[in-house]
Design a protein around this ligand. Structure first.
Ligand code: B12
Ligand code: SF4
Ligand code: SF4
Length: 386
């Protein structure tokens, strides 16, 4: 075994010992994605995520991000919390559903710190080298690098999946100037399955492997700052932060391991609360409760906007209606959603009372008919025989 092969082996070992779920190595050539990426930007699929357009060229020349960079040490960090309670929360329209990646601590800072410590360990054990850690940040096509390194295949839901961990993991990488031996990609295992495409509530997966973020609930509830188009509001249901549906239905996510990190476990006072409870938070409470959580990033306006939609989608109740009304006139964007939600609640109230009236009439008719029939029957039976 030559020195670099041995070092690559040691790096993977150290990475796992330091808490990463898996470590693999790729080169930095992502040029085969350029045509797709350009098409995506030209079609405006990035919506209001202008940052995807900025430094678009660097994305295909990541070696310019770090002097002399030739490899990415790509890491996987599993985040699925214990007892994720998918069906329990999705089936309770009075509760807010928060995407499982956001149940605990914000992964950005945590993983960047872990990656820095990882680089320091490599330096201590080998020699000084140039590196830079990335997690979500920066113009890096993380899924492409992960796929090249064999951490997973690119699934039809757009995410990197592997047979052991499904897709419940974050990706991060160290761009390094060490010419380590690279790993091989793994075979795709989506086969004939199209569950994610069929089950996406907003038909955001417009073709296998291609997501239109402008239709995606993760984009609409997290990244998108303004008004959420009316056509998606009912489909959003009780999802107040992100969406997991295309992962929940994926067969490769059925028997995955939960995260080994306490940081990703649920913060029950945020992610297991009723909509009405969350609605009562003022901005100060929102900032306090979401300290260190990725939810904090969306800010209070988007938070209230998302809660308005979920309350509009909840079953009718006078409490919901009163709560919505009490939130009016604080922010023009939120108001648009509150007014929509009030209309939804009122429509449901009408729908509830309509079948009730009809229902009662029907019962009266049936009772009367039964009574008449019963009398006729008794008369027939009691009529003296000729
Ligand atoms: C922007 C972004 C989003 C946006 C847009 C996503 C998107 N697909 O464009 C939104 C907000 C919607 C989003 C949602 C989510 N995200 Co996100 N997101 C990112 C981010 C920051 C950039 C991704 C990007 O570059 N998009 C640009 C487009 C062009 O990329 P793309 O869709 O992958 O497009 C490629 C394919 O479509 C392909 N392609 C195009 N046409 C064709 C045609 C054919 C035939 C083929 C084969 C390929 C192909 O080429 C394109 C370029 O590579 C990455 C982190 C990073 N820096 O990479 C995280 C990241 C991808 N997200 C992540 C996560 C966890 C999520 C969510 C699960 C969060 C949630 N639960 O709410 C959802 C999942 C939604 C989904 N089904 O993908 C993880 C994924 C981990 C994993 N296991 O794969 C990442 C890697 C963050 C991280 N560091 O861990 N995300
Ligand atoms: S995250 Fe939700 S809305 Fe977005 S593609 Fe997946 S299922 Fe569809
Ligand atoms: S649900 Fe099926 S098609 Fe979609 S990513 Fe998973 S295996 Fe692939």
């Amino acid at each position: 075994m030559d020195d670099l092969t041995l070092l690559a082996k040691q790096i993977k070992h150290w990475g796992q010992k330091m808490g990463f779920s898996q470590v693999a190595i790729s080169d930095l050539d992502v040029s085969d994605q350029k045509a797709y990426f350009d098409k995506y930007i030209q079609a405006g699929m990035h919506g209001t995520m202008q940052w995807l357009e900025t430094h678009a060229d660097l994305r295909f020349n990541v070696d310019k991000l770090v002097p002399g960079a030739v490899r990415a040490i790509v890491v996987r960090l599993d985040y699925l919390p214990d007892s994720p309670e998918f069906s329990k929360q999705l089936s309770d329209p009075n509760h807010g559903y928060v995407s499982r990646y956001a149940w605990g601590r914000d992964y950005h800072k945590l993983m960047r710190k872990m990656l820095k410590n990882f680089a320091i360990k490599i330096e201590q054990e080998s020699s000084k080298f140039n590196y830079r850690p990335f997690v979500d940040s920066g113009p890096v096509l993380e899924k492409t690098l992960a796929t090249k390194a064999g951490l997973g295949w690119k699934g039809k839901n757009g995410l990197t999946i592997n047979t052991k961990a499904g897709s419940w993991y974050f990706l991060g990488e160290l761009l390094v100037d060490i010419p380590l031996p690279i790993d091989k990609p793994i075979e795709e295992h989506c086969g004939q399955c199209v569950s994610c495409i069929k089950m996406c509530p907003t038909q955001a997966l417009i073709k296998p492997y291609i997501l239109d973020p402008r239709r995606c609930i993760a984009y609409l509830t997290i990244e998108h700052e303004g008004v959420i188009p009316t056509e998606f509001r009912q489909a959003i249901g009780n999802r107040i932060y992100g969406c997991d549906d295309c992962q929940i239905v994926c067969p490769w996510n059925k028997d995955t391991e939960n995260s080994a990190h306490n940081d990703f476990q649920a913060r029950p006072d945020v992610v297991k609360q009723s909509l009405l409870h969350l609605w009562q938070w003022d901005e100060k409470t929102f900032l306090e409760k979401t300290q260190g959580s990725p939810i904090r990033r969306i800010g209070y306006v988007r938070w209230k906007r998302n809660l308005s939609i979920a309350l509009g989608n909840a079953p009718f109740s006078h409490e919901n209606l009163d709560a919505l009304k009490s939130g009016l006139n604080q922010n023009p964007i939120v108001d648009i959603h509150i007014k929509w939600a009030i209309d939804e609640q009122l429509n449901k109230q009408k729908m509830e009372s309509l079948p009730n009236r009809q229902h009662l009439r029907l019962i009266r008719i049936i009772d009367k008919t039964n009574l008449d029939e019963h009398i006729a029957y008794v008369r027939r039976k009691t009529k003296p025989q000729d």
